[in-house]
Ligand binder design. Structure first.
Ligand code: MN
Ligand code: MN
Length: 473
């Protein structure tokens, strides 16, 4: 049968998501590509929580932001808490207590931490190794037999600190947790299910292999490794106990696909939303906002948002209290509560785009697709919406109105089929404070893997959506 190539008339009654590459103006397509380059650089510079905070602070200082308490005349302010969480704001012309517009994203990502007493000599294999403890929801088999970089921070017994970053530059060595060869995996691995085939206690890293020439010392390999560490970082074995050393993929973020329309790289959950959020706020700097604009970077989302740097911490409330004070408004608890109640927040976190290899875990009509824009999720959670923030219909409609007014490409999508699994975000934590909150972020493939995949169309649409939202009335 022949298909007639007639232009079909659009039915205004239908909800139809639009394909960015098909429908976006040529200038916007160029902008999407231009936006992705510095984003890739950011992914390579900010592979840990601390590095993300340091990266952001440098950017903010370049744009004349001041750490709170700041001079009263400055409308651009920020606060960093324990080097792992931060918030930045541009004060609007209306009182802060009228409510702010916030994009809230997390800057932690799944990774492999070194244990606090990690180093040992394995005499059986004649290697010096490091014991590890993974962080967040990983598929362990992805982290073996792949080049890893060691990033982190050591506080020595004298209180002096050392930054560690080894394995990213082409001339630096990388680290590997070797996987078992297939020839000998029949009993150890092939009889087990995927989750158990790699045992966490066997995710030890080969750290080094040399020893002192003609040395007679016991545990000569471990002693040699400690000597190298002393020479390079001035540390003793005990200093590992007060260190945060993390293994992250050594491979840099790259363009992906023949058309280079995608980005592949580590940590895009959720640094894609963090990056889009901060760039969206900076893009609004000349716009003289009515409502105060805030971007919040939280930590520990991948382990439950707990602790003094997670979204459950008092930090974000304290930050907003500081903004009230900075703006000459009462920072008393009633006014602080009122401020949150008057506020609107996009919980900027990634969602799962339909993967061609596993379409069955989604229900296509309610899942996000690559290249169709920023994903709006009214709720997350699992089972019967357990643990979710179910955004109010009024606020959902408002966000869609804001996006439509600025021709932002957007789509509605939930994370997978009902009862397929599930996941959460910090949306409910923010909503507990009384604000209107909805989940709104980029669809990824291969989420939580070492090589997460995103579409440049969706990255750009995330930026455009956040930009429109932050400046909205
Ligand atoms: Mn996330
Ligand atoms: Mn995650």
């Amino acid at each position: 049968m022949n298909e007639k190539k007639t232009k079909t008339k659009k039915n205004d009654l239908l909800y139809e998501r639009k394909n960015f590459w098909k429908d976006a103006p040529a200038a916007e397509i160029r902008q999407a590509f231009a936006f992705a380059g510095p984003y890739r650089d950011f992914l390579n510079q900010a592979k840990t929580v601390r590095e993300s905070v340091a990266w952001a602070e440098k950017l903010l200082k370049a744009h004349k932001f001041q750490a709170l308490p700041a001079s009263k005349a400055n409308k651009r302010v920020y606060a960093i808490f324990r080097n792992k969480t931060m918030a930045l704001a541009v004060i609007g012309s209306e009182p802060v207590s009228n409510g702010f517009n916030m994009v809230a994203a997390h800057i932690d990502a799944p990774r492999i931490d070194l244990k606090q007493n990690p180093l040992y000599e394995d005499s059986t294999s004649s290697t010096a190794c490091m014991r590890t403890h993974y962080y967040g929801g990983i598929k362990k088999y992805q982290w073996v037999s792949t080049p890893l970089a060691l990033h982190g921070f050591i506080v020595k017994s004298d209180g002096k600190t050392v930054d560690v970053s080894i394995g990213d530059k082409p001339n630096e060595p990388v680290f590997v947790i070797p996987d078992l060869l297939p020839h000998l995996a029949r009993k150890e691995q092939y009889t087990k299910n995927l989750a158990d085939a790699i045992d966490a206690s066997r995710m030890n890293l080969i750290f080094s292999g040399m020893q002192e020439p003609a040395g007679e010392e016991k545990e000569a390999l471990k002693a040699y490794a400690l000597k190298l560490l002393k020479d390079k970082y001035g540390i003793r074995e005990q200093d590992f106990i007060s260190a945060e050393l993390e293994l992250v993929p050594a491979t840099p973020a790259r363009d992906a696909g023949l058309d280079a329309s995608m980005v592949v790289g580590y940590g895009q959950d959720d640094r894609i939303c963090a990056y889009s959020g901060i760039q969206a706020l900076l893009a609004n700097l000349d716009a003289r906002p009515k409502r105060t604009m805030i971007v919040y970077f939280s930590d520990k989302e991948e382990v439950g948002s707990i602790g003094n740097t997670g979204a459950h911490s008092v930090f974000i409330q304290d930050f907003v209290a500081s903004l009230l004070r900075h703006n000459g408004e009462s920072d008393g608890s009633a006014n602080l509560r009122k401020t949150f109640i008057n506020s609107q927040i996009l919980s900027g976190d990634v969602t799962a785009a339909i993967d061609p290899n596993y379409p069955g875990v989604h229900e296509r009509q309610n899942a996000v697709l690559f290249n169709h824009g920023i994903g709006i999720s009214k709720f997350t959670g699992s089972g019967g919406k357990s643990g979710c923030n179910d955004a109010n219909a009024e606020f959902t409609a408002k966000v869609i109105r804001i996006f439509d007014a600025q021709q932002v490409f957007w789509q509605m999508g939930e994370l997978g089929k009902v009862d397929e699994g599930g996941g959460g975000t910090i949306a409910y934590i923010m909503a507990n404070l009384g604000a209107e909150v909805i989940d709104c972020g980029t669809g990824l493939m291969g989420m939580h893997s070492l090589y997460e995949l995103s579409s440049k169309a969706d990255l750009y649409s995330t930026f455009a959506g956040y930009k429109a939202f932050l400046i909205s009335d």
